[in-house]
Design a protein around this ligand. Sequence first.
Ligand code: GLN
Ligand code: ZN
Length: 747
Amino acid sequence: MSQIIGFPRIGENRELKRALESFWAGKISQNELEKVAKELRAKHWAEQKELENVCVNDFSFYDNVLDLAYALGAKPARFQHLSGLEGYFAMARGHKDGQACAMTKWFNTNYHFVVPELSSSDTYKVNASAIIDQYKEAKALGYKPKIALVGLFTFVALSTITQGEFAEVFDAVKSAYFTLLDELAKLDSSVLIEFSEPIFTRGVDERFYHLIKPTYDAIANKGIKAVVTSFFEHSNEASEILLESKIYGLGLDFVYGEKNTQILPALAKSDKLLFAGVIDGRNIWIADLESKLALLEQIATHIPKERVIISSSCSLLHAPYSKSAETKIDSEILSWLSFGLDKVQELLVLDALFKAPSDEARAKLTHNQALIAARKSSCKIHDSAIKARLESTLKTARDESFAARIKAQRAALAYPNLATTTIGSFPQTQEIRTLRLGYKKGAISKEQYDDGIKAYIKDCIAFQEEIGLDVLVHGEPERNDMVEYFGEQMKGFVFSQNAWVQSYGSRCVKPPIIYGDVSRPKAMTLEWITYAQSLTTKLVKGMLTGPVTILNWSFVRDDVPRSVVCKQIALGIADEIDDLQKAGIKIIQVDEAAFKEGYPLRAENIAEYESWALECFKLATAIAESSTQIHTHMCYSEFNDIIKTIEALDADVISIETARSGNRLLQVFKEVGYTHEIGPGVYDIHSPRIPSVEELEGQIRALLEVLPKEQLWINPDCGLKTRKWEEVKPSLANLVKATKNVLHTLQ
Ligand code: GLN
Ligand code: ZN
């Protein structure tokens, strides 16, 4: 038997995205939106029909955590008066009556969930109808449904508790959750529910570990066949407890949680089924069926095969839908890729091979073995030059200490205290998008394209000079995306046409695919940066994306460690920095927007990640001469846990996202005696609001309460590409004015 934990819901051609955006724009009715949803569900179930069951309630108009909050009636007070889709989308996207709930990353994926707000004074009004309707829909179509539900522990642990103690809130939510389950239990005799409990991979949480057994016992007592599944890591602490409970099955990730095998002897002694997650649900490479089979046989030395159900490691939500639209990827590389639909097939073949091998399944195994062997030895993935370079002695530290460097930089660059700058991108106008697209499609010549980009850069520089910013940027008009732009110019990357995965709501991303050894054949940014510098006597900052961010926002090959791939990228970035400094660029920013995203879920693995991620950043930047100033930028505000690592990056200047938290989050830099320069964002670029001079002065003064003027830079929170010129122009002009006013009072 085989199954999956969830299916990609956005649709083969992002039909759900289109329908949602049309609905939000008032172009289609709720009925029309629901019709699209129903058709998608039917189509997705049809793709799962050969599996043991089809997933119900993995579908969502926005996010599954939000779905559960809504089904429980856990609405923040500001939206209590709203109902139906209006209330639902208010929580997701905001409403005239109140701000949206926060959104944050789903564990270590690039999927974002809506963070529920819970309070001990809430009264819950449960409404199970959405789940019940979908269950009936699947049954009416003749399928055997399994309900996918976010587990109670994961739900509460991921929520923000706005009032009251954890225990109090947990009890209130539990009773609502149980009411919901009572409704679901009526659907069938022993309805099958797979409870997603990825929170268990984080290890013991004293707040709720003692509650796991009684809670799941009570759930099983409702006559529900409860499968409790964790993913993205091992969850041995919780598994031990769950084996003592009355649950029906335990779902474990054997792709990212190798240590889950440690629980097998204990599991063997219990009566539970094992839902063995062996097909990678979140990467895109074909499975090595022979080794998967070996793993399953090892599992079978403990647990009888009838008790093993073969599953995906996590929901296929994190994988693209199908390869059918990929006409441009090299056919050999394409043969190594496995998207959602292929993964379902892999599960079926594996199941046949494991239980009752048919000739057909054997033939598929042989074919798979041939592909795996071909991939291993393909000249497309091996580059001996880069391998040799990695083996050589590499420079991983700047020549001089920060104290010596900053002296040289201050002398050479002569920028003032509270120097003003931006994070890199300027508004991406429709015009510039059309230009890039036209050039890509061949409708626009290279000359026309270059002229268009140059015109943008020229305007951008002129504007920055006019308002008096200290360090200028070229505005990034040539970049569609900060990772794609670099990936497209490096060897070892390939780009799909349709491998979209949901990031949040209707937003999808199409991550680059790193299939082979990475190298940089020639300069990637030199032309535009030096052009920008040629237009002004002020300093122009060169703009690069860092190796860790490029890695964390890509689908990465699984045949070598991530650290090795990251090092290869780092060497390419180092070469780029060297080209820029040789061409007279004195300040270079290496963006590490996704540095924090790669952090492992388990505390015991953090040191290892930090050590190689740090090494890669240093490998990329160590080439900078003492007088070349290295900036980095991170889209975060919480640095408490990682401040030592941030310090160790040894970037001369770091800009961070702090506008929404005033000077509170800056304290940690002071506490650890951070000496390098910092540009805390003084206004929030995620909103169209134009900050006034007074407000910005207030922000700057608040920063000065924590750190001295010699250490501070003044800049917005993040890049400005999503904003409009009408917003950016006055905002930046006010930023410069406010800085001057403050400086004036300090003299
Ligand atoms: N330089 C990039 C920009 O300004 C940085 C964006 C980011 O960190 N997300 O767009
Ligand atoms: Zn940012």
